[in-house]
Design a protein around this ligand. Structure first.
Ligand SMILES: N[C@@H](CCC(=O)N[C@@H](CS)C(=O)NCC(=O)O)C(=O)O
Length: 202
């Protein structure tokens, strides 16, 4: 299988982490949808990354669908609980929370790179407020736990670290570590994982 994506996309990082944690063989192709010659739109009608192309050319999108599909390919580890309905819901909700932080950070970034007179200040404030609320909620849920859900790594951890890496990239001025020291400690720990290091170095 081939994964199309870019280094900075938080949604791509999330699915790369899933594939790396589960040691699923794949080819990672850097392909930015807006660059000339991109094959993204031919693979994914939405023209977005990540796009996972299976060996029979089936294209899997978007990132939650890729993550769920990849998780069913082996049990080492199981990243989305299979039988406990509540635990499964909580992991998927963590993912929704992290994806929502990514969505809002992408909106803020898109506004900020427009000419100043065209930027919608209200939109920026609304999405920055949503990020701040989501981080507070996240920090409260996490508490002093080692993992977002249960006693081992799940998709929840991989989604959250991807959202926080993206905030560092696009909103370096946001002092989320100072506001939420428990998130900072958790992030420092998970950043040591080989999968996270690999996703940050290539
Ligand atoms: N909900 C989608 C979001 C994917 C997305 O919006 N990706 C961005 C990159 S971060 C993209 O491909 N944008 C299209 C573009 O840049 O033209 C997912 O989870 O996969």
């Amino acid at each position: 299988m081939k994964l199309l994506g870019t280094f900075n996309s938080p949604y791509v990082r999330k699915v790369r982490l899933v594939l790396l944690e589960k040691k699923i063989p794949h080819e990672y192709l850097v392909d930015a949808p807006r660059e000339p010659g991109s094959q993204v739109a031919r693979a994914n009608p939405l023209g977005r990354i990540p796009a996972l192309i299976l060996d029979d050319e089936t294209c899997v999108f978007d990132s939650p669908v890729i993550a769920e599909y990849a998780d069913t390919l082996n049990d080492t580890p199981v990243l989305i609980p299979r039988t406990d309905a509540l635990a499964r819901m909580r992991v998927k909700r963590w993912e929704a929370l992290a994806d929502g932080i990514m969505d809002s950070a992408v909106v803020v970034r898109t506004e900020r790179i427009r000419p100043e007179e065209k930027q919608e200040a209200d939109n920026i404030v609304r999405h920055n407020d949503a990020i701040a609320r989501a981080l507070s909620f996240t920090s409260g849920l996490l508490g002093q736990r080692e993992w977002c859900e249960g006693t081992s790594i799940t998709l929840a951890d991989l989604a959250l670290v991807s959202a926080l890496v993206y905030l560092d990239l696009r909103q370096a001025e946001r002092d989320w570590r100072g506001v939420h020291p428990n998130l900072a400690a958790w992030f420092a720990r998970i950043s040591e994982r080989p999968s996270v290091r690999a996703s940050l170095s290539e």
